[in-house]
Design a protein around this ligand. Sequence first.
Ligand code: AMP
Length: 192
Amino acid sequence: MFNIILFGPPGSGKGTQSQNLISKYGLKHLSTGDLLRNEISRQTPLGLEARHFIDIGQLVPDEVVIGMISSALETNPEANGFLFDGFPRTEAQAEALDKLLELKKTSIAVMLALDVSEEELVKRLLHRGQSSGRSDDTNENIIRSRIVEYENKTKSVADYYARFNKVVHIKGEGSVDEIFETLCHEIDKRKV
Ligand code: AMP
């Protein structure tokens, strides 16, 4: 199994690059944002709880997203690897993920962290909001709250993986193809 975390602030291109990476490497894509939006559209109790946090640009509680990832791992026993997108977003989530993967006798091979300036993030998210249908992409205050959450709670997750020498920082500005090539280069170096 080969497991990757695609990391970075909201708007750094994780979703776009995930699509390219899963088709090239045959990984199972696990995006907690997508899983939560699916719960919301089905109006499940989990979705109703999560919605409030998403609408104000705050993180959903750890136990909610960890539970979701745990069941996604269980329901995909045949996967030959996972690409985690938008997860883990706190150190508690990172520790929980390590434990869940350990139970499956596997681990994270690498965290690929996309670096993008704040002004570029806001610009991209507002642009995406014109077509994504996501209410959290249309309001600049909510976008800025999401970036503050990233700075306060998520950014340090990279330090957690750096302790195990698993982090590679990649410039997330430039063409989609250029960035994809750099990501593939880093993956190919580690894939046996
Ligand atoms: P995303 O699609 O990754 O930008 O996520 C959209 C929103 O879902 C975030 O602003 C959070 O409110 C929530 N969310 C997604 N993933 C997580 C996570 N791992 N932990 C907590 N909240 C999350």
